[in-house]
Structure formats: structure tokens, C-alpha cells
Write a protein that binds this ligand. Structure first.
Ligand SMILES: [Zn+2]
Length: 145
């Protein structure tokens, strides 16, 4: 877990570009490009020469110029993403319009009691976690594309 023993050149300055949960991108584990471990909580780091690496959050925390605050923030975002993905299993219906609204009951049109909402980009990313029998309502077909 020590970056000194990893593949990343720690004489270069690495910055944290973004973080994500591997389940959001692929169903598979991703291998840390620093230590080679299988990872699910991923930090995307870039050095001053534009090299980009996907490494574990724990490895990112060992890179000297990435602050503990940035790591804390990245972990918070990942946890939020995991909670969102987990709650999608309760979805019974979806209304697609300017946004995507999720309901725990069957609806036939938009209702105010949605429990989750996301944008179209997130919907495309996470739709495989939505139960197959969920009812999908297109509120305004012209707004979808
Ligand atoms: Zn690692």
C-alpha cells in the first residue's frame, strides 16, 4: 500500500482528477495501476506530464501532494454513489422527462413523491442496477434525445 513500492513515479506531482466506484463503470474489479491490487474505490490521478492512472483511494492517499481533505472528499463521493446504486433496487417505476425520477411504487405519470432523481447521463450509467420489472414512463418523449 506504500506508493514507494508501487509503479507510480512519486518524484512527479500527482493530482486527484476524480474518484469513482468501479461498479459505476464496469461490473468487474479494476486493478490498481500503482500496487496491482483489485480495487473498487478508484482515484483517477494525473501528473504534470499528463499521464493518467487509475489507482485505489488508499494508494492515492500515499501520494504526498494529494491532501487528506481531497481523499476524504473523494471517499464521500464514492460512498454517495454506492448508496445511490444500492437504493436503485427499490425502484418500481421511473418517469423520464427533463430529469429522471424514481418511485418505490407504481405510477402512471409524474408524482411529487419520487425518492431519487438523477440526470440522463447518470441514468444511462446506472440503469443496469434498476430492476428489470420497473415500469418506465416517458413524460415528454421529445425531451429524451
Ligand atoms: Zn494500489
Amino acid at each position: 500500500m506504500n506508493a514507494k513500492h508501487g509503479n507510480l513515479d512519486i518524484s512527479k506531482k500527482w493530482v486527484l482528477k476524480k474518484s469513482y466506484y468501479s461498479g459505476a463503470e464496469t461490473m468487474d474489479y479494476i486493478t490498481c495501476e500503482n500496487c496491482g491490487k483489485l480495487i473498487k474505490n478508484i482515484a483517477v490521478v494525473e501528473n504534470e506530464t499528463g499521464e493518467i492512472r487509475h489507482i485505489g483511494i488508499d494508494c492515492a492517499a500515499t501520494l504526498t501532494n494529494i491532501s487528506p481533505d481531497a481523499i476524504g472528499q473523494a471517499k464521500k463521493l464514492i460512498n454517495r454513489e454506492i448508496r445511490f446504486i444500492k437504493s436503485l433496487k427499490d425502484v418500481k417505476s421511473i418517469v423520464i422527462g427533463g430529469s429522471i425520477w424514481f418511485y418505490k411504487s407504481i405510477v402512471t405519470e409524474w408524482q411529487h413523491y419520487w425518492f431519487l432523481r438523477c440526470n440522463h447521463e447518470s441514468y444511462n450509467k446506472y440503469m443496469r442496477y434498476i430492476p428489470k420489472d420497473a415500469v418506465i414512463i416517458n413524460e415528454k418523449t421529445e425531451a429524451i434525445l
